[in-house]
Design a protein around this ligand. Structure first.
Ligand SMILES: Nc1ncnc2c1ncn2[C@@H]1O[C@H](COP(=O)(O)OP(=O)(O)O)[C@@H](O)[C@H]1O
Ligand SMILES: [Mg+2]
Length: 217
């Protein structure tokens, strides 16, 4: 598990998209398992990566087909099992036409948290060895957040994970934390190490845990 952290606009989502092969690099290389991604056929590259982003796109189709996009050969049963695992089966069943409800371009009829859970179900169905998570800055409500965190925990089990998380407490145990600033890597290491060696990380951590007025020198 590698976490990308840094101020808004520092380039975290850009790195995630480059790794997923959404764009080609102009300079340098992105390699996967030691192989330059430019040498990996696109289809094969996409098979390796499940990407759950902050702007999960839903197609102008039924919920069922939107989830099935993770793996087109999946049966209805498998689609529903993934939805259950991602904590969205109940709200899907409560929709007017259940799994057959059209969710509209961009998923306009669903909340951000619901869209995110559908994207997680889609990624679960895909079952790719690499999972990239670009988390939403803010969840709608704490209840939704708990459901999403549980779904994410299931999704990433046993996978290579690259995560952009806004609450540092969720990534403090990551194998590697990469601090991004102004489009560059400022530092990389483990939580305790970065707290000592990277002032930017330490200040982000302090902001996260909410330093009390009395504690600030
Ligand atoms: N498609 C794009 N074209 C041009 N600039 C972009 C595009 N997407 C993001 N940027 C810019 O690149 C920088 C990094 O953005 P981004 O990777 O989204 O940051 P982060 O995810 O860390 O908030 C920002 O200055 C942003 O405005
Ligand atoms: Mg971003």
């Amino acid at each position: 598990m590698t976490a990308l952290v840094g101020p808004s606009g520092s380039g975290k989502s850009t790195i995630a998209k480059l790794i997923a092969g959404f764009w080609d690099v102009k300079d340098g290389t992105v390699s996967m398992g030691g192989v330059d991604e430019k040498k990996i056929p696109l289809e094969q590259l996409y098979d390796q990566v499940a990407f759950v982003s902050q702007d999960n796109y839903l197609f102008d189709e039924s919920v069922r087909e939107n989830i099935r996009m993770g793996r087109l050969s999946a049966s209805d049963k498998e689609v529903e099992a993934a939805a259950k695992a991602a904590g969205c089966d109940a709200f899907i069943r409560s929709l007017e036409k259940g799994y057959e409800t059209n969710v509209g371009g961009g998923g306009a009829h669903l909340s951000g948290g619901e869209r995110q859970r559908i994207a997680i179900a889609r990624a679960m169905l895909k079952d790719a060895p690499i999972v990239i998570l670009d988390e939403a800055t803010a969840y709608i409500d704490p209840e939704n957040e708990a459901v999403i965190q549980k779904a994410i925990a299931k999704l990433v089990r046993g996978k290579t994970v690259i995560v952009i998380a806004h609450r540092l407490s969720t990534i403090k145990d990551a194998d590697k934390i990469v601090v991004v600033k102004d489009g560059r890597i400022e530092a990389a290491g483990k939580h305790e190490e970065l707290r000592k060696t990277c002032p930017l990380y330490e200040s982000m951590w302090q902001a996260h845990i909410g330093a009390k007025d009395g504690d600030v020198a």
